[in-house]
Design a protein around this ligand. Structure first.
Ligand code: 2U9
Length: 334
């Protein structure tokens, strides 16, 4: 069954017009893709019309072929233009949604602050690193040996009562000071030693305005040939003047710690009264022996203090608990 060339021409022109109208009423990229397939897909309308070319007289085919290509090109061009328009619109919409109006006030996000405990630790670390000390850290859970035995505090030693702590089912405990860190360090390193050991410690103390069951401590240790109490006093003087200011009246009061001999408490005159701020002493030879150092060759000095205590003195904080309650009204002062 043959078909007239006019018939095919009309079909092509009618298709073209339909396409022009359909493309003009497109509203999205998806519908555009749908339309493209409706015309150019395998079962598309254009393909179907072209399918009729077989029934044309041979002489008419080129004419229809040319028209068909022309219609195809035109529809393709319209589709491409529309696609670009949609893509442009999409980009504009995206830009508009992402455009930040820099004149708009920013969303205020309060900047955090370094917690006064951490800032005190950082300040002390900086001073001692400046004096050639290395920051050493260690586990908060320790064995009885590293927290007590190695520090000249055997099982029945009365000093243990002042350092009662939390004992774990496996016999380990939560450290009561960072002295255990120094023992680990000395077992792993030969003198000369200059270390500062900051960290969290635990004591089964009744919590009140000056005591907390969890607190922070910093200890320093120096081991070398020929270190004396004078070196200790000089080191502490430099440190305390850095912290509290120059020409700070300092006094050393004889005291006792199981791991140092002689030992002293250190007071500073602050705001017109003497304040005990730390303890210190020459490392007890038994402690050196336990880590394999020859106390005939090496001597050491050490000191320790509570970070919260320092922060409370420096910032006139009346109650240690304020440092743990995360009350922004309090913390924003620092
Ligand atoms: C080794 C040898 C000796 C560390 C020292 C102190 C004095 C001291 C207290 C301060 C406040 C504990 O938190 S606190 O209650 N500590 O006064 N600490 S000498 O002596 C050492 C440490 C390690 C190997």
């Amino acid at each position: 069954m043959t078909i007239s060339v006019e018939e095919l021409e009309n079909q092509l022109l009618k298709l073209k017009q339909e396409a022009i109208d359909a493309i003009a009423s497109l509203d999205s990229l998806n519908s555009l893709e749908g339309l493209r397939l409706a015309y150019f897909g395998k079962k598309g309308q254009l393909s179907q019309i072209l399918g009729g070319m077989g029934k044309l007289a041979g002489s008419d085919r080129p004419r229809i072929g040319a028209l068909a290509n022309e219609v195809k090109e035109e529809i393709q061009t319209l589709l491409d233009n529309q696609r670009q328009e949609f893509q442009q619109a999409e980009i504009q919409a995206k830009l508009a949604s992402e455009t930040i109006d820099v004149t708009m006030p920013g969303s205020y996000r309060p900047l955090g602050r370094i917690h006064p405990i951490q800032s005190t630790i950082d300040r002390v670390n900086d001073i001692f690193v400046g004096l050639g000390y290395t920051v050493a850290t260690g586990p908060e859970m320790e064995t009885d040996y590293y927290n007590f035995e190695a520090l000249n505090t055997p099982v029945d030693h009365p000093a243990r009562d002042m350092q009662d702590t939390f004992y774990l089912p496996d016999g380990n405990l939560l450290r009561t000071h960072t002295s255990s860190v120094q023992i680990h360090y000395m077992e792993a390193n030969e003198p000369p030693i200059r270390i500062i050991a900051p960290g969290r410690c635990y004591r089964r103390d009744t919590v009140d305005a000056t005591h907390s069951a969890v607190f922070h401590q910093i200890e320093i240790l120096a081991v070398d040939e020929g270190l004396t109490f004078t070196d200790l006093k000089g080191t502490i003087k430099v440190f305390l003047e850095e912290m509290f200011g120059a020409d700070l009246p300092i006094r050393f009061r004889a005291s006792y710690f199981p791991f140092t001999e002689p030992s002293a408490e250190v007071d500073v005159q602050w705001k017109g009264r003497w304040l005990e701020v730390m303890g210190c002493g020459m490392v007890d030879p038994n402690v050196l022996k336990k880590v394999g150092y020859d106390p005939e060759l090496y001597t050491g000095f050490a000191a320790g203090f509570g970070v919260e205590r320092f922060a409370m003195v420096l910032h006139q904080i009346d109650d240690i608990r304020r440092l743990y309650t995360s009350d922004l009204r309090f913390l924003q002062q620092f």
